[in-house]
Each structure stands twice: as structure tokens, then as C-alpha cells.
Write a protein that binds this ligand. Structure first.
Ligand code: AMP
Length: 399
């Protein structure tokens, strides 16, 4: 099976519907604070414009839950696309209403139309076939370049693909790159292959961890999820984040790692604080000596040294999930040190997950990584070995 390639489509002069992921963060004044997701889609849009296509762009933004909510309008996104493409962007007032349908119908070659937030329509997240049909009727070709939502069976992601045959739909460049890069890393990594897994909870990454174990040589655990493993080993973890219902599962993961010969590392020390706050009293404590009532909010300096040592010979490094509460400077040091170390390494470095991508960007190291995945949930599901609903119907049998 292989992904349908946009370059095999006969797009010249045709109307193309591109599902993008313009779900960008905005400040309280509606200014886009990070336009990475918009910039990532430009290659596909420009490719279509170079083929003289009329381009219809669609995306969701936030969670308006099927209602028209002004703060989730894509108007600021239209302005940014205009700025990046250096061409006019026609904005539709609705998604599949009179305005969008008539603007799509009269769109000419070389013109760009952005329809309003797909989630203004209730049917979008319900994968409503009527909505898919209306969206599909706007264009002759369908391109999915929205990796970040490809794990969702939504009307503009999954349902819509059934209205186009294999000669009229494909993955855009961004989606193709995400799937190929993450797929290659998982199936055929250059070894030693190390996975750094952090973030708040074991539950969110359980499937991914289980799927990764037979593929990696080492696993390095950080973040809140470490404490469930440490507790299982019998350590007193104070008031740190823990998932008591997953203690047995954590034990099974460690047993499985041992059986497979995978080296499984846990933090040997932590930055412990009296409370979950930036101005809390804090200290470095060995993982075996976290005081009662204190919580571990970052990996400590000995763990950073250990993890550097362990990552020293890695040829492939996959990182998903921060090492601590990186949103607070006081507990960001562990994540920042790991980010600097892997950015300087000669390994192939792949960063996945929204938070991890965000922290790498905050320290200005995003250009130093081999690849940063734009989708959090989607990249996790790929690592879990799942076929994403939005990708499944863009696959074709190899000739
Ligand atoms: P996730 O969404 O599961 O990848 O988790 C990311 C979140 O985990 C971030 O918001 C971090 O602040 C949080 N986090 C990381 N380490 C800890 C910790 N030791 N205690 C509590 N929260 C944490």
C-alpha cells in the first residue's frame, strides 16, 4: 500500500479542495502567535497554484461545537495566508452556505478561496455524509494536507474522500512527509534507536509505549508519567502525579522491556516542589528521597547527565512529551537541557506532540531537529501502529 501522491494527479487548470490544518494558537486580541501550521501548508498550495488551479482551502479552528462563534473565525488566517502567498485570498462568510457555494462555483484559475471554520457546521465532527457531499461538490480534486486531524473521522477528512476516485484525491506534501518520516523511523530506524517519552500521564501514551517497545533499543521516561513507574518500583513519590490504576500496567511495561532487552530508564532525581506553582519552595531530591507531600515537577540534574550519557550513541532519537512542567521556567530546565543535547547530536531527531514541538520552538531549536511533527494526537496514533482514518482512504495498492 502506498499513499496517493499529489504529483500523480492531472491538476492543470482544475478546481482543488485542500483540507488544511490552520488550527493555530491566537492571543486574546486574535493575533496569530505561531503560524507554523499555516506555513507548513504553503508548499501544497503553491504547487496547485503553479498548476493554474483554483484553490479552495478549508480548516477548523478551535472548538466552536457546531455554532458560529466569532472568535473562531478564520479571517485572521486568511490575512496570514495572503501575507505568505502574496496574493489575494477570497474569504467566504460560511462553510457550505450560499456565500461559500457561490464563491466556490465562480472561482477562477489562480484564485484562492478560504471557507469559514469547518466546525461551524455540526456535521463536521460527526462525519455527516451530507456535509461531506456538499464540500466535495465544490471541487474536482481533494487533497488532504491536515496531518493534525487525520486521526479523526470527520466530514472534511474521511467522509469527503469517498466522493473522489483515486485519480482525483491525494495526500498533500505535508501529510506525505509526516507519514513517510514517522513510518520510516518506526519501521526501519538506524540503531541504536532511543525513545524519550514524557508528558503528564502514562494513560495518554500507554498504547504508543507498548507499540514502541519491540522497535526501540532504549526508552527514557520523564515528566509526570515517570512517577507511576517509580511508585511501582516501591519508591515514595510524595504528592507527585500518579495513576494508581495503571501501576500494574507500568509493571508489565517494565517486565516486557526487560524481556525484549530494551534498556528502560527512569529519572534518578527530580526537582521537587512543595506545591504546583512557580513560586513554590523547591529542591533537588533523589527519586528515592522525595519528601512526603512534595511533588516532582521536573527531572533533576543527575537525570539530565544520565540521559545525555545514554543518548550519546543513539543514531535515531524520537521525543514525545516534556520532561517536566516546562510551561513554568522553574521546571523547564530538564526539558530545555534535553532539547539542547539532542539538537546538537548527529542522530536523526524526530519531535512529536504539540507540547514537545512547542517547547523546542520556545528555546529556538526547531530548525536543529531533523523533523518536527505538526500533529500531537495523530503522531501518537501513528506510533501506536494505527492506520489513521483520514489516511486510510488515500492509500492505493502498489502496481
Ligand atoms: P501530555 O499532554 O501528556 O504530553 O503532557 C504535557 C503536560 O505534562 C505539560 O503541560 C506539562 O506541564 C505536564 N507535565 C510534565 N511533567 C509533569 C510533572 N512532573 N507533573 C505534572 N505535570 C507534568
Amino acid at each position: 500500500m502506498e499513499l496517493l501522491n499529489i504529483k500523480n494527479l492531472d491538476l492543470a487548470g482544475k478546481k482543488v479542495f485542500i483540507r488544511c490544518d490552520f488550527n493555530v494558537p491566537m492571543d486574546e486580541f486574535g493575533n496569530i502567535s505561531d503560524d507554523r501550521r499555516i506555513r507548513s501548508a504553503i508548499a501544497t498550495i503553491n504547487y496547485c497554484l503553479d498548476q493554474d488551479c483554483a484553490v479552495i482551502l478549508a480548516s477548523h479552528l478551535g472548538r466552536p461545537d457546531g455554532e458560529v462563534v466569532e472568535k473562531y473565525s478564520l479571517i485572521p488566517v486568511a490575512r496570514r495566508i495572503h501575507h505568505l502567498l502574496k496574493r489575494d485570498v477570497i474569504m467566504a462568510e460560511d462553510v457550505v452556505g450560499e456565500d461559500a457555494m457561490s464563491k466556490a462555483a465562480s472561482l477562477q484559475s489562480g484564485e484562492v478561496l478560504l471557507i469559514e471554520n469547518l466546525r461551524y457546521e455540526k456535521g463536521e465532527t460527526k462525519n455527516n455524509p451530507e456535509l461531506s457531499k456538499k464540500l466535495a461538490s465544490m471541487a474536482e480534486f481533494y487533497i488532504n494536507d491536515a496531518f493534525g486531524v487525520s486521526h479523526r473521522a470527520h466530514a472534511s477528512v474521511e467522509g469527503i474522500t469517498h466522493f473522489f476516485d483515486n485519480k482525483h484525491k491525494a495526500a498533500g506534501f505535508l501529510l506525505q512527509k509526516e507519514i513517510e518520516f514517522l513510518g520510516k523511523i518506526i519501521q526501519n530506524p538506524v540503531r541504536p534507536f532511543a525513545a524519550i517519552v514524557g508528558g503528564s500521564k502514562v494513560s495518554g501514551k500507554l498504547e504508543a509505549l507498548i507499540n514502541l517497545l519491540p522497535k526501540v533499543d532504549k526508552v527514557l521516561i520523564g515528566g509526570g508519567m515517570a512517577f507511576t513507574f517509580l511508585k511501582k518500583l516501591g519508591y515514595n513519590i510524595g504528592a507527585s502525579l500518579v495513576e494508581d490504576d495503571l501501576l500494574d500496567e507500568a509493571g508489565r511495561i517494565m517486565d516486557e522491556a526487560k524481556k525484549l532487552g530494551v534498556k528502560f530508564y527512569l529519572p534518578v532525581d527530580v526537582v521537587a516542589a512543595e506545591k504546583f506553582s512557580e513560586d513554590a519552595i523547591s529542591k533537588i531530591a533523589s527519586s528515592q528521597e522525595i519528601p512526603n507531600g512534595w511533588m516532582g515537577l521536573d527531572i533533576g540534574p543527575a537525570t539530565v547527565r544520565l540521559y545525555r550519557e545514554v543518548l550519546g550513541d543513539a543514531q535515531t532519537i524520537l521525543w514525545n512529551g516534556p520532561m517536566g512542567v516546562y510551561e513554568m521556567d522553574k521546571y523547564a530546565r530538564g526539558s530545555n537541557s534535553i532539547a539542547h543535547f539532542i539538537a546538537d547530536s548527529y542522530a536523526t531527531t524526530v519531535v512529536g506532540g504539540g507540547d514537545t514541538a512547542d517547547l523546542v520552538q520556545r528555546v529556538g531549536l526547531d530548525d536543529e531537529m531533523s523533523f518536527i511533527s505538526t500533529g500531537g494526537g495523530a503522531s501518537l496514533e501513528l506510533l501506536e501502529g494505527k492506520i489513521l482514518p483520514g489516511v486510510a482512504s488515500l492509500m492505493s495498492k502498489k502496481d
